[in-house]
Design a protein around this ligand. Structure first.
Ligand SMILES: Cc1cc2nc3c(=O)[nH]c(=O)nc-3n(C[C@H](O)[C@H](O)[C@H](O)COP(=O)(O)OP(=O)(O)OC[C@H]3O[C@@H](n4cnc5c(N)ncnc54)[C@H](O)[C@@H]3O)c2cc1C
Length: 376
């Protein structure tokens, strides 16, 4: 038997649930998630950081436009989804000129960021060894995010609007029809006018199953771990380094814990990513070189796939080759902080109202989001 709906969303990570939440006011929606639980892949493995001064223009626009909801999610969450911590991006002497230019450029969209000198950087993060910081870019409004509460808010909103969620429901076959798509899982088939491909690292796999040309997504593994924090870490900001002793970051978590990463980007097949011991060892080496921390014991470690389009911008929009196939992929390292506005954007594109005005006002256009930019 074939069930009817308006839109089938493939993927129950952050991209899929925000798409569903923003679409339910206008369309009947079915969400298909292959795993038995939602958010099992990249969404459940992030560092949970909100940074406005990060990534290209599209990511910055979506991040900034997402902020009002994150500050006040109304009755979809019990508390604000952001908690300010600030972020300090330290730079060595030889890179100060480059950082000065980056900070100046960054203030166009994020006026609160500024370059601080060594003394102020060390006051903001006393654990950093002075030899590794000549200056730093300071983003005072950077925040920690409650990722699961945000995901749950979208699920709650989508449910309230009538969306149906099917877990353990892999879209194994996608077949174009005269007026839409037939999407088949091992247990059921849906007919819908449109499909939203929010399958994360599997975005190109889903496209191939639909007979749609892939856009060239590259999943990149990133590894993270947690360890005990010294008592004074409670007031520390997020610490990030891009230069010597090598890329790494350190985030104070709630309680007595720190989250560390070597900010790795290792190309991968779309798989259930696992952490490599060597990557954790490198991360610890860099962080203990950059700071005076001692890290003797790793509490937990994990890895997830940050999936990028070739130009590292998000891909949101209709495919040009087969009607009714809408892409929502390539969220890379910002799929949580951009999720609110990305969901509104995909809903605007699917319903024909286009990219929301608040996103356009920040310089992001439908053409810039479109997969057509990647077709040669
Ligand atoms: C270590 C790490 C740190 C990060 N830190 C941050 C951060 O601080 N801030 C931030 O904004 N972002 C961060 N990110 C990135 C962020 O987590 C991702 O951009 C985001 O989670 C992507 O969400 P998604 O829904 O696209 O992918 P996923 O969460 O992977 O969801 C895709 C879903 O599609 C399902 N699926 C695939 N194929 C099918 C199919 N055929 N049928 C049905 N279902 C299917 C999968 O099972 C999966 O559940 C980080 C990522 C990592 C790994």
């Amino acid at each position: 038997m074939v069930a009817e709906t308006d839109v089938v969303v493939i993927g129950g990570g952050m991209a899929g649930v925000t798409a569903a939440h923003h679409l339910v006011a206008y369309r009947e929606v079915v969400v298909l998630e292959r795993e038995d639980q939602l958010a099992q892949h990249t969404t459940g493995r992030s560092a949970a950081v909100y940074l406005e001064n990060y990534g290209g223009l599209l990511n910055r626009a979506l991040t900034i436009a997402s902020r009002p909801f994150l500050d006040d999610p109304g009755d979809l969450a019990d508390a604000p989804l952001l908690e300010a911590c600030g972020a300090l991006d330290v730079v060595p002497e030889e890179s100060v000129a480059e950082a000065t230019a980056l900070a100046a450029e960054g203030t166009r969209l994020v006026p609160s960021i500024r370059l601080v000198d060594q003394a102020e950087a060390l006051a903001l993060h006393p654990a950093v060894r002075p030899e590794h910081v000549a200056a730093a870019i300071w983003e005072p409004e950077a925040s920690a995010m409650d990722v699961m509460a945000l995901h749950q808010a979208f699920v709650r909103g989508a449910h309230a609007g009538g969306a149906a969620f099917h877990r353990g429901a892999e879209a194994v076959q996608l077949e174009p029809t005269d007026d839409g798509w037939l999407v088949t899982t091992p247990n059921a088939t849906w007919h819908a006018a449109a499909v939203v491909n929010a399958a994360g690292a599997w975005g190109d796999v889903v496209a191939e199953r639909a007979g749609v040309r892939p856009v060239g997504l590259v999943p990149m593994r990133r590894t993270a771990f947690t360890c005990a924090a010294p008592p004074e870490a409670a007031g520390w900001p997020l610490l990030h380094a891009n230069y010597a002793p090598g890329p790494c970051y350190l985030k104070p978590e709630t309680g007595d814990q720190l989250l560390g990463s070597l900010a790795d980007e290792t190309p991968s097949d779309p798989v259930d990513a696992r952490p490599e011991e060597l990557d954790i060892a490198i991360a610890i080496d860099r962080l203990t070189t950059l700071t005076n921390l001692e890290i003797r014991h790793v509490r937990t470690s994990w890895a997830g796939l940050r999936t990028f389009a070739p130009d590292r911008d998000p891909v949101i929009g209709w495919d040009d080759e087969l009607p009714g196939f809408c892409w929502m992929v390539g969220q890379g390292g910002t799929g949580i902080q951009t999720a609110v506005a990305a969901g509104a954007t995909v809903a605007g594109i699917v319903t024909g109202s286009g990219v929301p005005q608040e996103v356009q006002d920040l310089g992001a256009t439908e053409a810039a989001f479109s997969p057509l930019r990647l077709r040669t």
